[in-house]
Ligand binder design. Structure first.
Ligand code: SF4
Length: 332
């Protein structure tokens, strides 16, 4: 078996892929990969998708073990929804700067200041934070979740300030308090960069994926008119792939984490897909390497657990979201 340090040549990659598949069968494991994973991880996975779509898949698959190639809060969400399954995260340090902007204690203190408020949380939060909230949301169903709350109830929205500003605008409500968290990848897709790229490429389409935190600033800018609406398509992962297959545009600019380009380029080799900012890369997502996936399958590492009391409360918040709208509409 060849050592699998990048880059692998074709033979080494084939050997690695065979070993991964063999170990996955042996362990009765299914491999799920987020869209922002490294290309080789996406290619070997049984399914790719956004965080919630993958969590729902995790709940539905028959395999007893899920190897979740994504970040920590995603593996936790899979565990919350599939408590009977073993969830492995190949790199336990794969975190999320957005989820890290708020703790369970912060939520308790905030709620104490607004005792009548309903707490709405974006899915990019830890299980402990979800357990302190009333309803979860994705960026695509956030407005529906907000509308499900009676008009006269205050809302505490966390942790993404861009998504919070977006839902405030589209719902027209002024009784929403927004936590000022943001994802570090936002910095690469700021208004100046987005406008400059769109102006420099007058014939290019612009796809904005709303799911991960890195795209919410682009979503905000598009909705605020900072870039021309007719040029912007806010699309789910599946919608982005369908649009990529059909488009006749010579070039499409992609305002999201750069990992998404791998699937788009494979879907349509004749159109040029370029990132709005090539540095908009989540280093947490890229912590999962070919070697770490192999080690996870060999050694059963690292198992993600969520204490049952936290999981039970967090599950309520996630299930309310599922009951309100189509949570994976923005991702599949
Ligand atoms: S891109 Fe941002 S929001 Fe998404 S996992 Fe990475 S740090 Fe978190």
């Amino acid at each position: 078996m060849a050592t699998v340090t990048a880059p692998m040549d074709t033979r080494a990659r084939q050997e690695w892929a065979e070993e991964v598949r063999r170990l996955a069968r042996e362990r009765d494991a299914v491999i799920l990969a987020h869209n922002y994973q490294r290309p080789e991880i996406q290619d070997i996975a049984d399914h790719t998708g956004d965080s919630l779509a993958l969590s729902r898949l995790a709940a539905g698959v028959e395999a007893s073990t899920i190897v979740f190639c994504g970040v920590h809060f995603m593996a936790e969400t899979a565990k919350i929804l599939s408590p009977e399954k073993t969830i492995l995260l190949p790199e336990p340090e794969a975190g999320c700067s957005l989820a890290d902007t708020i703790t369970a204690d912060d939520v308790r203190k905030w709620r104490a200041e607004h005792p009548e408020a309903v707490v709405v949380a974006y899915v990019n939060t830890t299980a402990a934070v979800k357990a302190e909230t009333d309803i979860c949301c994705t960026s695509s169903n956030a407005a529906d979740v907000i509308r499900s709350v009676p008009e006269d109830r205050e809302i505490l929205f966390l942790p993404d300030q861009f998504l919070g500003a977006h839902v405030k605008r589209v719902t027209g409500r002024d009784n929403i308090h927004v936590w000022m968290g943001e994802c570090h990848v936002h910095a690469g897709i700021d208004g100046h960069t987005l406008r400059r790229r769109v102006e420099a490429e007058p014939d290019a389409e612009l796809y904005v994926h709303p799911e991960c935190g890195c795209a919410t600033s682009a979503l905000y800018l598009a909705a605020s008119g900072a870039v021309p609406q007719e040029r912007v398509k806010v699309l789910s992962t599946g919608g982005m792939l369908s649009a990529a297959e059909k488009t006749t545009a010579g070039k499409v600019l992609i305002a999201t984490e750069t990992g998404m380009l791998h699937q788009l380029r494979a879907a349509n080799p004749t159109t040029v897909f370029e990132p709005v900012n090539s540095r908009a890369e989540c280093h947490y997502m890229k912590m999962i390497t070919a070697e770490k996936l192999l080690a996870a399958l060999r050694h059963g590492t690292t198992e993600i657990t969520v204490p049952e009391d936290i999981a039970a409360r967090a599950r309520l918040s996630v299930e309310r979201m599922v009951a309100i709208g189509s949570p994976s509409r923005g991702g599949e």
